[in-house]
Design a protein around this ligand. Structure first.
Ligand code: PMP
Length: 413
């Protein structure tokens, strides 16, 4: 687990913000107010420098060369795996490094689900899943004859647990659930959900994309079978991520992609695969990216994930209060436990127009369906705007965001 360096209110957040070079820039002549961290997180200089240092001083391929640079690259890459494993509180030999959550979930779909599911089996997903945790299961269902059942949400945006547990009948083989919703910010009680599933022999896949960057994580304690994360949302480079899986699954699963690195011996008569996790890491990996992700784990841990969570909760509370006090604003999602993500609309404005006008004020929010069409369908809207916060945001930025909304409303009225 991450060690808190100091209580959140004793931390010099203004100093920490200075670690993020991009936050010093202006857009359209206004100071950038970056409220799109759920989409991708900004990178501190420590991460940028780790990537830069690798290319300047150590660049070589991993596991293929005995020369000094090759050994350094391999050590740094495997060191990054250990850092990420520690960050998630899992074993390094159960952590498959891959390009992100999308790859991680597809790996489970193709290597675990596809060979196992049969006609009559069912997969449960929730209404609030990102497309990355829906479409792979649809592809599996199509090819195996399995069906998909949907766990619904209540008016606050919390999962309806009674309905969910009612869905967990004997034909259900797999349950896929987000730890934190990228649209509503809902924090799902994944520990309880996984316990209920496990009691019934159902395998669980938890999408941790929006959890890992924002709260202390103890993946081992969640009790899931698979946990997916993506590095670019947690201060790391794009094209990095991981799948944690129980060793028994990794050993039983066939490889997803074939090629170099994932083998022990190749003969035309047959190939002996490497042990997991390398069995699932065919080809040259994103070495520099993972070294950057290792640096990101160090960086976040040094601040303390509980401090990061406390800071973001304070920003969420302040921004929600100010939005609630702004006429014509509708917020989507009032979950009991919520991460610092606010989906909203302003009366009379289309989400894309709103985001475009906010951008002219320097405020970057995302607009669209947020890769969650079924959730948009549920709310009966084609799109929303989403402001998502990170620990490097400030209360003054929340004020600038609210002022920009007020200005846009004036324009639109
Ligand atoms: N799941 C959730 C909840 C997400 O927010 C995202 C990123 N928007 C993903 C999955 C996909 O992550 P990636 O594209 O990095 O694989």
């Amino acid at each position: 687990m991450n060690q808190a360096a100091a209580p959140a209110d004793a931390i010099d957040w203004a100093r920490i913000r200075e670690d993020f070079p991009v936050l010093r820039r202006e857009v359209h002549g206004k100071p950038l107010v970056y409220l799109d961290s759920a989409n991708t997180g900004q990178k501190p200089a420590q991460v940028i420098e780790a990537v830069d240092d690798f290319f300047r001083h150590h660049n070589a391929n991993v596991s293929r060369a005995v020369h000094a640079l090759g050994t350094e690259a391999t050590d740094a890459y495997e060191g990054a795996r250990r850092k990420l494993a520690k960050f998630l509180n899992v074993r390094g030999d159960e952590l498959v490094l891959c390009s992100g959550t999308t790859f991680a979930i597809n790996l489970v779909a193709y290597s675990w689900a596809l060979p196992r599911l049969q006609p009559g089996d069912a997969i449960v997903v929730t209404r609030m899943e990102h497309h990355a945790n829906i479409v792979p299961w649809q592809l599996v269902a199509e090819r195996t004859g399995a069906t998909i059942k949907v766990a619904e949400i209540d008016e606050r945006g919390d999962l309806d647990l009674e309905q969910l547990y009612g869905l967990l009948t004997p034909e259900v083989k797999l349950l896929a659930v987000a730890h934190v919703s990228n649209v509503l910010g809902t924090v799902n009680p994944v520990r309880d959900i996984c316990r209920q599933a496990r009691k019934r022999g159902i395998v669980t896949v938890v999408d941790g994309s929006q959890a890992a960057p924002h709260r202390p994580l103890d993946v081992a304690a969640i009790g899931c079978d698979f946990y997916a994360i993506t590095g670019h949302k947690m201060a790391g480079p794009t094209g990095t991520g991981a799948l944690w899986a129980r060793r028994e699954h990794l050993d039983a699963m066939p490889p997803f992609l074939g090629g170099g690195e994932m083998i022990k011996q190749v003969r035309f008569e047959g190939t002996v695969f490497n042990d997991a996790p390398h069995k699932f890491e065919a080809g040259t990996p994103n070495i520099a990216g993972f070294i950057g992700l290792g640096a990101a784990c160090d960086y976040l841990s040094a601040i303390g994930m509980d401090n990061i969570e406390a800071r973001e909760q304070a920003l969420l509370e302040y921004a929600t209060g100010r939005l609630d006090a702004t006429e014509g604003v509708r917020i989507f999602g009032r979950a009991r436990e919520k991460a610092a993500v606010i989906s909203f609309l302003v009366e009379g404005a289309h989400a894309h127009d709103l985001a475009t006008l906010l951008d002219l004020e320097g405020v970057a929010v995302r607009s669209g369906h947020h890769c969650a069409h079924p959730l948009m369908q549920h709310f009966g809207v084609p799109a929303t705007c989403r402001a998502s916060f990170a620990f490097y945001n400030t209360f003054e930025e929340v004020d600038a965001f609210i002022a920009a909304i007020a200005k846009v409303r004036q324009l639109l009225l």
